[in-house]
Structure formats: structure tokens, C-alpha cells
Design a protein around this ligand. Sequence first.
Ligand code: HEM
Length: 232
Amino acid sequence: MSETILVETGDAIRPGNPPMVERYRLGARINHWTTAIAMVLLVLSGLAMFHPSLFFLSTIFGGGQNTRTLHPWIGIILSVSFLVLFIQFWRANLWNRADLSWVAHIGDLVGGHEEKVPEVAKYNAGQKFVFWAMALLILALLSSGIIIWDEYFSNLTTIEIQRIALLAHSILAILAICVLILHVYAGIWVRGSFDAMITGSVTAGWAWRHHRKWFRQLAAGTAGEERRSRES
Ligand code: HEM
């Protein structure tokens, strides 16, 4: 297992009062929120088609026909947007040995003893789980979704395969909704995370508390740069 790349392009400590740490560049944030909005719209339009008791949700999209037409196109937007997110974030989400010891200390974290949890790099094991789970689920949802996209692809497969794909698509969507709820809940639970994804930066205190390994790496880089500029 390789050591995670700790620092991404754009990550930096900005001296000031209080000192801030750049965590997400503007492009990454726009990319993230496009993905998030697409996902929420997919959940709403998908649920509208999932069960008659939820059909009322189709009014958001201008009725049943429009919901059915729009849902797969929003799925394409989500897939492309997530692919761009994936290309930017996959390295920092690589699994390593330290993640196992984070998982072993999950009780301390939930019990409010974060100081007992091993130091975390840019992402903790929970965030990495969400990342890879979303990557696999989106790929599987896209594949099964294309098979059941009647308008363009109904001739490519048999009705039996389409029935299996429809069942798989529904089960995968429920799993994706569970992962999304976990992701949003974690973002609310770790106060300051939303600031990271909205403004792009976090306080040095937040970085020290929740992602100390990442912070140390950035501090070492900043100290190195300052030394170099003093020497030149
Ligand atoms: C309403 C929906 C969403 C909310 C409120 C939300 C919120 C957040 C927040 C607050 C962070 C920053 C966490 C941190 O830096 O520690 C974050 C990071 C991230 N989000 Fe979301 N998000 C949402 C939907 C999504 C969706 C649908 C996806 C992908 C399908 C996604 C993928 C990511 C990724 C990849 C990161 C970077 C952390 C990592 O790589 O594990 N988010 N999100």
C-alpha cells in the first residue's frame, strides 16, 4: 500500500490573523456543487418515478413526461461532472495503512475524543470510503441507466436484460442515496467543512484539529519556501 499524496495543487497556508488554509480552488468548488446539484435533482426525479406515492415530486420537473425525459440527461451531467472531480481528487483518496488505524479508532472519534485518533492527511478513511463508493455507484448507475434508456437504447438489449438492469438501477440508487446522506451528515458534523467547500479555505485551527498530517505537510512546504526566499 502506497503512502497517500498529502497535498494537492492549490493547497496552501495563508498567513494572517487568523491564519487560513486553502483547501479547494474555485474550479474544484464549482465542479463539486455542480455534481451535488445534479445528484439531488437525480434523487428527486428518480424517486418520482420509483413509487406512485412519490409521483408528486414530478411537479418540480413540470410533470411525469418531463421528469422521464430529464432524468437520464441529468445523469449524464452528473457522470461527466463527477469524472472531472474524480480526476482531480483520486490521488488524495488513495487508501493506505494509516487509514486502517483511523477505522480502528472510529469509536474515539464518535465519542468526542478526536485527540486519540491517528493524524489525518487531506482526507480521512470515511471520506475516502464515500469517494470510492460514489465512483463505483455512479459508474454502475450510468451503465444500468443506459440499458434502460428506452428512447435511444431499447433496441440494443433484450427485455429480460432491461428488467434486470432496472432492478439493479433501483438498488444502486438506494445505496447512492445512503452514501449521499452519510456524506452530507459528515459535512454537518465536522463543523467548518461547509466553509471549505463554499469559500475554499478553512482556519488553521480546523486543519490542525481534523487534518493534522496534511497541515504539517503544508507547513513544512511553506517553511521551506520562506527559507528559500530569505536565502536568495
Ligand atoms: C447536497 C449535497 C452535498 C453536500 C452538502 C456536500 C458537502 C461537502 C463538503 C462540506 C465537503 C468538504 C469536506 C472536507 O473538505 O472535509 C465535500 C467534499 C467532497 N464531496 Fe460533497 N457534498 C454534496 C454532494 C456530493 C456529491 C453528490 C458528490 C459525488 C458524487 C460529492 C463528492 C465530494 C468529494 C469527492 C469531496 C472531497 C472529499 C473526498 O474526496 O472525499 N459531494 N462535500
